[in-house]
Ligand binder design. Structure first.
Ligand SMILES: Cc1cc2nc3c(=O)[nH]c(=O)nc-3n(C[C@H](O)[C@H](O)[C@H](O)COP(=O)(O)OP(=O)(O)OC[C@H]3O[C@@H](n4cnc5c(N)ncnc54)[C@H](O)[C@@H]3O)c2cc1C
Length: 416
């Protein structure tokens, strides 16, 4: 499959469209933006649709820096958008992968319990699996050894159907379909202002000014900034949470057969350090979840000055830090010390040692936080005038991206 890095040359150059009306402009070449453009195209075959991305290709941020797990939807509360869209989205995603020849692999996932409280959590998950019609099997610590011989736990819940995929490949696959269906993709186009002018959305990028009937803001960690620019009054903020990964050395990969997770913590939207065998047969350990000091501050110690100042003046952040004091301290230690990080890994597979893991990549989650410091746990959409904003689409949004796109296309309605 070819990487998609430029607009379809068979279409008119973008300059010829400058100042012209587009029926819809989608901001963001991550999976949510791409799948939104895809769904808009399917429901509006004649519409003129443009996708703007500030980077030189698709999936440069969250959509290309994640665990690659096609989530089952099991851990999300019944009735939530996450549950609904993850369940629907995973089917569409797997069909898309099959049709496009994108490899997925079924390794299965286990959730482990190391305390009685966690055993209770797994028992509840098992019931929820029945409601969602997902096959799962509760196992004692001994029976678990048949599936993952190196995991130490009191009990586990095994969900054998869980698959993994390379989400960057999915993003490139969607981009190719968009180009084939005459959706225009423009890279290196950073939106710097959004406003309403005579009922139309006016989009200013570093290179040009464009007008559109509808703008769908899928800018990930920057979606709140763009929403504010469009005039939406937002009380919360999108706060960047960094997730660091380590790789298991090749000769130690046999310690992990599939996907190994701790029991979910119902009040925390992060999944905890887990071990994942990837579609490329690597084993990734992580990610942790520590506050990033900038929305694109991937490197250790890096600070994004503007983002940092905004965060520092946001009262919600201090409330969150007070409320989740213990977790914040633990995650901070994990971000600066390999030994502390390893504790999280060894809680799952005790045989993994410091020498077995190598520094991997880093992702930054876009997590919305309210002014009172609570984290928004579900997906969150808002609209104002011609603008539609995706303000919270953290995990499992990659799994759910096709269903999120469909839901947005439905809400946006007819474009022409
Ligand atoms: C560490 C980590 C692990 C995860 N693991 C999983 C997993 O295993 N399974 C799963 O389902 N989900 C997972 N997720 C979640 C999933 O990756 C994200 O929810 C999903 O990729 C969000 O997609 P997005 O399009 O909203 O955001 P992004 O992929 O971040 O895309 C947003 C895009 O907007 C662009 N943009 C921003 N500002 C502008 C601007 N001003 N002008 C133009 N373009 C702009 C950015 O460059 C970017 O390309 C994980 C996330 C992380 C960070």
């Amino acid at each position: 499959m070819h990487p998609v890095v430029a607009p379809n040359p068979s279409l008119l150059p973008l300059d010829r469209h400058a100042q012209a009306d587009w029926d819809a402009v989608v901001v963001g070449g991550g999976l949510v933006g791409l799948c939104t453009a895809y769904a808009l195209r399917l429901t509006n075959p004649e519409a003129r649709i443009l996708l703007l991305e500030k980077e030189s290709g698709v999936a440069q941020h969250q959509s290309g820096r994640n665990s690659g797990v096609v989530h089952s939807g099991l851990i999300y509360p019944r009735g939530s958008l996450k549950a609904k869209l993850c369940l629907r989205g995973k089917e569409t995603l797997l069909n898309f992968c099959q049709n496009q020849g994108i490899q997925t692999r079924q390794f299965g996932k286990i959730f482990t319990a190391t305390t009685r409280g966690e055993v209770e959590v797994l028992r509840k998950l098992e019931k929820r699996a029945q409601t969602h019609k997902i096959y799962s099997r509760y196992m004692s610590g001994r029976a678990l050894k048949e599936v993952e011989p190196n995991v130490s736990a009191m009990a586990a819940l095994h969900v054998p159907s869980v698959r993994c995929v390379d989400f960057s490949q999915v993003a490139r696959g969607v981009a190719e379909r968009l180009i084939a269906h005459h959706v225009h993709l423009a890279f290196g186009e950073k939106i710097i202002s959004l406003r309403t002018h005579r009922g139309l959305a006016q989009i200013k990028t570093q290179r040009r000014v464009i007008t559109a009937r509808r703008v769908i803001n899928c800018a990930g960690v920057y979606a709140d900034t763009l929403a504010r620019k469009s005039g939406l009054r937002l009380k919360g903020q999108i706060v960047p949470f960094k997730g660091i990964y380590y790789y298991l050395r090749k000769e130690r990969r046999a310690l992990v057969n599939g996907l190994i997770y701790p029991a979910p913590k119902p009040k925390v939207p992060f999944l905890g350090i887990h071990l994942t065998r990837t579609v490329h047969d690597e084993v990734h350990c992580g990610p942790n979840a520590v506050l990033a000091l900038g929305k694109a501050a991937y490197a250790r110690g890096e600070i994004g000055l503007f983002d940092f100042c905004r965060m520092a003046t946001f009262p919600g952040l201090y409330r969150m830090l007070r409320h989740h004091n213990k977790m914040v301290k633990q995650e901070f230690k994990r971000s600066i010390s390999k030994r502390h990080f390893l504790n999280g890994v060894q809680n799952l597979v005790p045989a993994i040692t410091e020498e077995d893991v190598l520094q991997g990549f880093t992702g930054i989650r876009a997590q919305a936080m309210r002014a009172d410091g609570t984290l928004v746990t579900d997906f969150w959409f808002e609209s104002n005038g011609p603008f539609f904003h995706v303000l919270n689409a953290p995990s499992p949004a990659a799994t759910a991206s096709f269903a999120i796109g469909e839901a947005i296309a439905k809400k946006v309605g007819a474009l022409t």
